[in-house]
Design a protein around this ligand. Structure first.
Ligand SMILES: NC(=O)CC[C@H](N)C(=O)O
Length: 447
């Protein structure tokens, strides 16, 4: 009977290992050995291959999942594959709402990230270990509410230290209805998301301190996932309105627009406010319309240009109703600019497809190259789907690509007066390298 990790590895790596195992590779076992743990979903295969019992296994190799609550834990991050990460809860109590678990590498801007409506249906793991140290304020928000399903952080939140802080992050999360868990090994978690893809998960932070782990695992496991989900409709505004706030500066805070030159209709699939501010600051009167607006609803405002916003969920699902409206706008010859979900929806309208990325792009340090000039911009990103370049029809050019994984980051169709990018020129959070794209859109309207 093998007992040590080395013996198990020898056994699993043996000549006939493949015949006995369907899920476990030697490579995987090596990884577990360096991590000191076997992921729970592989226990059955390891047990079948080694003849060991669960009790035997927990000796030499630590088990990653603990169904009993350790001392001091008040919350659990439960994955659909059975893994449990215990920690300290903060923010709003929750009995556990299932979501996709993703990670963001941004080192600043947690409040903008948490209020970006594109995070609907997702729990955000912050890879930066100190989250909450500058507190929360009423200005750094991208929407009035948070549509995310929770946050996972490494260190406990410290007392806020910043002249703009109005309250602590935990109190703010409580008001936003956001459950949080601190004390998690976010590096280990990020590695598993990177290697195995984004798992289903939930944060349980129950008021009564009771955890029914098998039931929570089952709830997370049964969640259908983001693919096929139209979430834009759920986070969009329900009525049209005019947006007049301009960009923030230290001396004046946010500004108010006067004497705009152009009228832009912005379709709100889950728009971040800083996009609307950028449009207003670039000289556009901005009329925001709901995600389900038809071409007539949009064109009724006699826009000089139309903007398609970012937003959550699977672009293919939202495309089912958005494409008809966008096609109507293009047929009317209006200049059109799209960001993120807006980019993906424009691609669908032009006849292309989107697919789910193995590794989503989320953070404020993503290099993107403009193909025509070779110029590189460091960009802010938040997306889990991408445009399939092979499906782009003639007449549509690829303008930008990610320097991390080569995936598509921008397209243009000059004949139809439109362009779009997968990344976020409005930053918030992140660098403003790509800010000039708002002026490019205005130049199209001038032309
Ligand atoms: N920020 C966004 O607009 C995200 C678009 C889309 N929901 C994705 O994940 O790819």
């Amino acid at each position: 009977m093998p007992k040590t990790t080395d013996e198990i590895i020898d056994l699993l790596g043996g000549a006939d290992a493949a015949a006995r195992l369907t899920q476990v590779s030697t490579e995987a076992v090596r990884k577990w050995r360096s991590a000191g743990a076997i992921p729970a979903r592989h226990w059955p295969a390891v047990i079948a291959a080694t003849g060991l019992s669960l009790a035997d296994l927990s000796g030499d190799i630590a088990m990653e999942s603990e169904t009993t609550k350790p001392e001091g834990a008040t919350a659990a991050l439960v994955l659909g594959d059975g893994r449990v990460f215990w920690g300290r809860g903060f923010g709003a109590h929750s009995t556990g709402e299932p979501a996709e678990l993703c990670f963001s590498t941004g080192m600043t801007g947690y409040q903008e990230t948490l209020t970006d409506p594109s995070f609907a249906g997702q729990i955000i793991t912050f890879t930066f270990p100190h989250i909450g140290n500058v507190g929360a304020n009423p200005e750094d928000i991208e929407a009035n509410t948070s549509f995310a399903r929770g946050l996972v952080i490494n260190r406990d939140i410290t007392r806020p230290s910043n002249w703009r802080a109005a309250e602590g992050l935990a109190a703010w999360c409580r008001r936003m209805g956001l459950p949080g868990i601190a004390g998690v090994d976010t590096r280990a978690l990020t590695r598993t998301i990177r290697d195995d893809g984004p798992p289903n998960a939930l944060i349980a932070y129950p008021e009564d301190g009771r955890f029914d782990i098998p039931a929570l695992v089952e709830r997370a496991r049964a969640w259908p996932g983001l693919e096929g989900m139209d979430l834009a409709r759920e986070v969009s505004c329900t009525q049209s309105y005019e947006w007049t706030e301009t960009l923030w500066d230290r001396a004046h805070g946010f500004g108010r627009q006067n004497a705009p030159k152009f009228t832009v209709v912005a379709v709100d699939y889950g728009a971040k406010r800083n996009i609307l501010r950028n449009l207003a600051s670039a000289g556009c009167r901005v009329i925001v319309v709901p995600a389900t607006a038809s071409a007539e609803d949009i064109l009724r405002h006699q826009p000089d240009g139309v903007f398609l916003s970012n937003g959550p969920g699977d672009p293919a699902a939202t495309a089912e109703y958005a494409v008809a409206a966008i096609r109507g706008v293009l047929d009317a010859g209006k200049p059109l600019f799209g960001i993120c979900l807006g980019h993906q929806l424009l691609a669908h309208t032009l006849g292309a497809k989107t697919y789910k990325l193995a590794r989503g792009h989320r953070g404020a340090n993503q290099p993107v190259q403009e193909l025509a000039t070779g110029k590189v911009e460091i960009t802010s990103q938040n997306h889990g789907f991408a445009v399939d370049e092979a499906s782009l029809p003639d007449g549509v050019t690829v303008t930008h690509r990610s320097l991390f994984d080569g995936s598509n980051e921008g397209i243009a169709c000059p004949a139809k007066n439109c362009f779009s990018v997968q990344y976020h020129p409005e930053a918030s959070p992140g660098p403003s390298d790509a800010n000039h794209l708002f002026r490019r859109f205005v130049a199209m309207m001038e032309g």
